[in-house]
Write a protein that binds this ligand. Structure first.
Ligand code: GLC
Length: 739
């Protein structure tokens, strides 16, 4: 726009303002697209280009001359990260940015509770509003392909249906408050090893049936306002500017009208960034965690280099305007929105939501009677405190702040209730504690080595105390150190670290009344499982972790969590680890997803390799009986639907919640298909003796698979089976129909 037009535009604007007329782009009563077009028409080339890249570590430019505010972003998926400096990765060390830390997303997925997910998104948005953030960099829905991936704790498990169903309410709860979700990392960022460049090769079916559906739901049903491109390459092109993923699928096919934001440092080429779907470039020349650069943001790929190519006519102005429209749309939905809630931080309401999610996330994996198996003997959990005078808590994770570290999801919680705090609050001075093992501080890129002598003495001390105790509660698992559940690196072993397997063996040796509580975001090897009567998967539950752990162990809460991923007996039983290093972690340049569509339980079922604890598994302190299913018709037509109804009863003595799972199996498929696939689930609450009839609507799209020959979805005529159960292997009934 040349100077005279700019001058006259400014005069018009000023005149309008003097007469109290609100310019169209500022008038929140006008349609969004009208406001976007009006603002776009007033912007100069420099103002447009400035909007497309960072101006600070977590901020991008608005249009100061028009009063359009900067866009402020913050990590992460589980809480609002502490303030980071304007132009480096250091924390600003403020005293006013502590927050409520919510459970990690694997824990949220383990609740299988859509309502809790919506509350989660809403509460996190309220914290973001208070901290004046417009875009929250989460949730993550990368599929759990291998138990070694350092960031699985930030994602929602191995199944696209569960991840998709659980991410939609989170987005809606967040965006209803005027805070944008930024669903990440799109796509195929399923490991941290070589994350910045590994080139993922996979079939169309694996891409469409396994790795994209949760993102598709996030966009089409959740209405996500932004998406974060991932660091890795997909079929030879960086995901942050990838024609197939961003132009063809995300924007054209799915109709995404929001902003594609790079992961921090995910842009690598101006022409590709201009033409292959990128809209906002952040963190270039850094590794997204620590490394810095001497470059200023006007040297970013979508800054001056882009402007030069535009001015030369090498790149189309239309492409620039499309990006700016998306940035303006995001800005008017968030930063520029005047009428939005105040927000709140670390409030009792938010802690109550975090605790409610934690209560429903904890998964009771095993609950037998201690010692020799006598028929009808009482299971060890819930513990009856009257029976025990000395309860020993062992394990560093009983006291560790597990919200610290892990990479960009690192949080500074205002309040923490640790498992030891929670157990002490219930059992007072019956509780004794000893760490049992030591793991060192969470640090990026390296691990503090703990001397064997230290580990040995801690173990011996714990075993001595266990010998004298009436009950032992071991609280271990992984943590947020590098090489554990942490970004920018994967786990190097499937086994529990820090000498825990030996410690658990020794504890079991001296005391049969042993509960093992694992706090982690990943499956771990459990060679000691047969020696331990009770095993609890306790996740990373955030600020109120200790309350939920204690509530479940004591029976105050009846556990209802279900695994969002399989727990293999050994690593080689997992599909990604069946095809050698080219499958995982790749050859440092490329990798091939050779297990294809058979991820997680799909692999275990189809290859008949039983998991130690299967996808969808979780015990209760009560018992649920499933009645006979009925189907509204024996035939489903392409434009119709069926209703499956099944009565579920609580036949125990305690109220409880059950997640009824519906799997679909094609009986004579044309192509290889998983033995069964989760297509629906419903979590119900039942009082003792109560029965509810659960209804599922079965539609043709539950039968479909992606046909690589026609590059289209299809469902073939034939016989199908509906399997209903309490886990992917605990199937209580089945019923067939024809399509
Ligand atoms: C990191 C992460 C991403 C995060 C971003 C900003 O490298 O991959 O999830 O949101 O950079 O910290």
């Amino acid at each position: 726009m040349n100077r005279s037009i700019l001058l006259s535009a400014t005069i018009v604007l000023t005149a309008a303002a003097l007469h109290g007329q609100t310019p169209i782009y500022q008038d929140e009563s006008r349609p969004l697209e009208e406001r976007v077009e009006d603002a776009l028409s007033r912007m100069t080339l420099d103002e447009k280009v400035a909007m497309l890249h960072a101006e600070g570590k977590f901020a991008s430019a608005g249009v100061p001359r028009l009063g359009i505010p900067d866009l402020w972003m913050s990590d992460g998926p589980h809480g609002v990260r502490a303030e980071i400096n304007w132009n480096d990765w250091g924390y600003s060390k403020r005293t006013n940015d502590s927050i409520a830390a919510f459970p990690a997303l694997t824990a949220l997925a383990a609740t299988w509770n859509r309502d809790l997910s919506e509350l989660y998104g809403q509460a996190l948005a309220e914290e973001a509003l208070y901290r004046e953030k417009d875009v929250m960099l989460g949730p993550g829905v990368n599929i759990y392909r291998t138990p070694l991936n350092g960031r699985n704790f930030e994602y929602m498990g191995e199944d696209p249906c569960l991840a998709g169903e659980m991410v939609v309410p989170y987005i809606r709860g967040m965006q209803r408050n005027g805070v944008a979700a930024c669903v990440k990392h799109y796509a195929l960022n399923n490991q941290e090893v070589w994350r910045g460049h590994i080139d993922v090769q996979l079939s169309d079916r694996a891409l469409r049936e396994i790795y994209l559906p949760a993102f598709e739901k996030a966009v089409k049903e959740g209405g996500a306002w932004s998406i974060m491109g991932s660091y890795n390459k997909v079929r030879g092109q960086h995901a942050c500017h990838n024609d197939l993923l961003l132009n063809k699928i995300l924007k054209d096919e799915w109709g995404f009208d929001g902003v594609v934001i790079t992961d921090w440092g995910g842009a690598h080429d101006t022409r590709e960034a201009a033409l292959c779907g990128l809209d906002l470039e952040m963190g270039t020349y850094t590794n997204g965690l620590t490394s810095e650069s001497a470059f200023t943001t006007d040297q970013y790929y979508l800054a001056n280099p882009y402007k030069e190519l535009l001015l030369k006519g090498d790149l189309p102005m239309e492409g620039l305007d499309d990006k700016v429209r998306r940035l303006l749309r995001l800005n008017f939905r968030t930063a520029a929105r005047r009428l939005k809630p105040y927000g709140s931080i670390a409030s009792p309401e938010h802690y109550a939501i975090a605790e409610a999610i934690g209560d429903e996330a904890v998964v009771l994996l095993k609950n037998d009677a201690p010692g020799k198996k006598k028929k009808g003997a009482t299971p060890l959990l819930p513990i009856d405190a009257a029976k025990y005078d000395r309860i020993l808590v062992v394990g560093e994770n009983a006291t560790r702040n597990l919200m610290e570290g892990g990479g960009s999801s690192d949080l500074k919680p205002k309040d923490i209730v640790t498992p030891l705090d929670g157990l002490r609050a219930l059992y007072g001075d019956k509780i004794e504690y000893t760490p049992g093992y030591k793991s060192g501080k969470p640090m990026y890129g390296k691990v503090e080595k703990i001397r064997a002598a230290v580990t040995d003495s801690l173990r011996r001390r714990a075993v001595e105390m266990a010998r004298e105790a009436d009950l032992v509660i071991f609280v271990g698992g992984l943590n947020k150190n590098h090489g554990q559940d942490c970004e920018n690196g994967d786990r190097e072993e499937y086994a529990l670290p820090f000498g825990q397997p030996r410690l658990i063996d020794d504890l079991a040796e001296v005391n049969p009344n042993l509960v093992v509580v694992l706090l982690s975001g990943n499956a771990v090897e459990m060679p000691w499982a047969s020696k331990v009567p009770a095993i609890v998967q306790g996740w990373y539950l955030g600020s109120m972790a200790g309350k939920s752990i204690a509530s479940v162990i004591s029976g105050k809460v009846n556990p209802s969590g279900k695994l969002p991923f399989s727990i293999p007996v050994k690593l080689e039983d997992n599909g990604a680890h069946h095809f050698g290093t080219i499958s995982y972690p790749g050859d440092s340049i490329r990798q091939e997803y050779l297990e294809d569509i058979l991820v997680g339980y799909r692999w275990h079922d189809t290859k008949k390799i039983p998991a130690l604890y299967p996808f969808g598994h979780g015990l209760s302190y009560t018992t649920f009986d499933y009645g006979k299913p009925t189907l509204s018709s024996p035939t489903l037509s392409p434009d119709g639907s069926l209703t499956l109804s099944i009565p579920v009863s609580n036949v125990g003595k305690q109220a409880g919640k059950e997640t009824v799972q519906l799997y679909v199996s094609e009986l004579s498929p044309r192509l290889t298909r998983p033995a069964k696939e989760l297509k629906a689930f419903e979590k119900i609450s039942l009082a003792p003796g109560q029965t509810k009839v659960v209804h599922f609507t079965v539609t043709p799209d539950m039968l479909r698979y992606y046909d690589p020959d026609t590059s289209a979805w299809r469902a073939d005529p034939g016989k199908y089976r509906l399997l209903i159960g309490s886990s992917s292997t605990d199937l209580r009934s089945g019923i067939d129909f024809k399509y």
